[in-house]
Every structure is written in structure tokens, then in C-alpha cells.
Design a protein around this ligand. Structure first.
Ligand code: ZN
Length: 117
């Protein structure tokens, strides 16, 4: 999924992957990182439903999840599901880069995760 505008940072010393970027590696305190892109589908690690959305969202609620990509990048994204009943941890999600909300009529793009199967 090279069109995903998410960059992970892999420590050149110990290989730990960070997303978002940190000044220092959380594991070895190294300061040199290599940029990597998420690869493949993602595995759902955790999810929740949020109400009282900020201005700019049309939906009544959103389902937000944390997913881990094949190469270790973890990211939070909006899950394309109607209810929590459709979800379980460990399921596979397809990452898509789509407008997540509109500000002054302009789309703001972000990560969405689409349940597979
Ligand atoms: Zn490190």
C-alpha cells in the first residue's frame, strides 16, 4: 500500500519500529532512524466507539481502532464498520487512505481500516 501517507521510523541500531516519530529510540536510545512505509494488511489490536465527535465529522459516532501492519508499524485509524459487533481483535483489516472529515468543505485525509471477509 505505497499510497498510504504513513511513515514509520525504524531504529538503525536495534530495529525497533516507531510510529509516530520519536526523538530517541524507546528501546536503545538510538537517534538514527530509517523511514519505512506500512506493508500489507493490518491486524486489529484494539478498538472502541467514540461519541461526541469534534466539529467537522458528520457521523453520529466513529469506531476507532489500533492496528498493526505486517512490518510492525502500529497506527490508529477509523474503522469502516457499522457496529462493534462486526469486529474482533486479531481480524485482518485493509488500509485505505480516504477523507475522514471535512474542514471548511475541504477533505482531510486519514487512515481508514476496512474489515476483510
Ligand atoms: Zn533502537
Amino acid at each position: 500500500m505505497s499510497n498510504l501517507q504513513i511513515t514509520g521510523y525504524k531504529c538503525k541500531h536495534c530495529g525497533r519500529i516507531h510510529y509516530p516519530r520519536h526523538e530517541q529510540c524507546l528501546q536503545c536510545h538510538g537517534r538514527e532512524f530509517e523511514s519505512i512505509a506500512p506493508e500489507g494488511n493490518a491486524t486489529l489490536l484494539a478498538y472502541t466507539q467514540i461519541f461526541n465527535l469534534p466539529w467537522g465529522f458528520d457521523e453520529r459516532f466513529l469506531i476507532i481502532g489500533v492496528a498493526q501492519f505486517g512490518n510492525g508499524i502500529k497506527s490508529m485509524g477509523q474503522i469502516k464498520a457499522e457496529s462493534l459487533d462486526q469486529l474482533h481483535t486479531g481480524m485482518q483489516l485493509r488500509p485505505v487512505w480516504e477523507p475522514v472529515r471535512y474542514v471548511y468543505g475541504e477533505p482531510v485525509y486519514g487512515l481508514k481500516l476496512e474489515p476483510m471477509g
